[in-house]
Design a protein around this ligand. Sequence first.
Ligand SMILES: Cc1ncc(COP(=O)(O)O)c(C=O)c1O
Length: 404
Amino acid sequence: MATLNLYSSGSIQSQFCDNLLKTLPSNFEVCLFTNSGAEANDLALQLARRYTGCDGVAVLENAFHGAVKSVIEISPAALQRQNLAIMPWVHVLPYPDTYRSPSSPSKVSESEIVDTCFHEAKSILDKARKNGAKIGCFVSETILVIQGVIVPPRNWLSKIYSYIRQIGGLVIADEIQTGMGRCGSHFWGFQSQGVIPDIITIGKPIGNGYPIAAVVTSRSIAQSIQNLHEEYLCCSVAAAVGKSVLDVLHEEKLMMNAEKMGHRLREGLHILKHRHRWIGDVRGIGMITGLEIVWCKEEKRPAPEVTEKICYRLREEHILAENGGVYGNVVIFVPPLCLSVEDVTKILDILNKIFCELEVSESEELYQLLGSQSESNESSSQEYRWQENLEGVIAGGSSYYSLD
Ligand SMILES: Cc1ncc(COP(=O)(O)O)c(C=O)c1O
């Protein structure tokens, strides 16, 4: 760090920018750097407003884009948590959750869900515009990780993007969780959705732990604020970190690994879903996976308490997952892109063990309830049988979903 900070000539910054731009379509020409994803979203908002001259921002229900004031204002999830009112210039749009949609795909097609959701969004925007709102931009993740890993159905994002542009707004893609190869099939989440935004914001993985984030956009949008380049340069240490991250992603073929290991993880989770009653849905893309935990598969009633227990037990086993989603009932896995086959097997083994424990402890609770009602003297032998059952299920478990 000392060497880079003192002696760097600036070429490391331009190498980093060039390499980053090479991963993007040609409309992305300028990189502006910040220290956090929230600051990147703040800058993206400033740019969109200045470029369009319009203040209104369209966002998705339950979205989160960071924890600085301007960005909390466009983060319904944060506003709700902090009990804050939504600003009149923020317009909150629905998104298509094909698992929870009242018209789920078992009854209607995915394209009908997309159409219904899009028309709802369009009428919210039309009503707002009739009341004088001027929409400067639409901000969203391209895979809705915060909402519980919702992979948008085909065409939904492209419909929203084109309508926003039609009414004079810009489109900002928050790629803070989804970018940098995590989607596996594509380097950026927006590419997996077949859309091209006007501005993207990049955070967390761009520095692999080092505090750096970026806004990337066209020259004309960047020029809407004067001298922006000088204010949003990155220091040479940050540039060296960012350049190395891109090099390692490329050299170690981590994007391909994200695709393969993510697929493998979800295949295993689908098998667990058939074995354990708690798993309502398994979904994701690349190395972003959501496991929706419910009390009952038919009713889909969210089970946030169970989800918290699962994440806590995973942590005890040294596996980090987040209990997120709108109801706090989605186990979200966004592991490092270098995950190995052995890691995936370990995650599946441990999850299987945890689900078996949950089933046994639930049965024990029920048994105790029944036991307290009828004074049975069989209790110790029954308890022994539950224990035996647990060990049996766990022992049979790993071979059941072995993928080799
Ligand atoms: C989708 C999304 N956008 C933005 C942010 C904010 O990034 P940072 O924590 O770097 O400010 C986060 C953080 O969790 C995020 O998940």
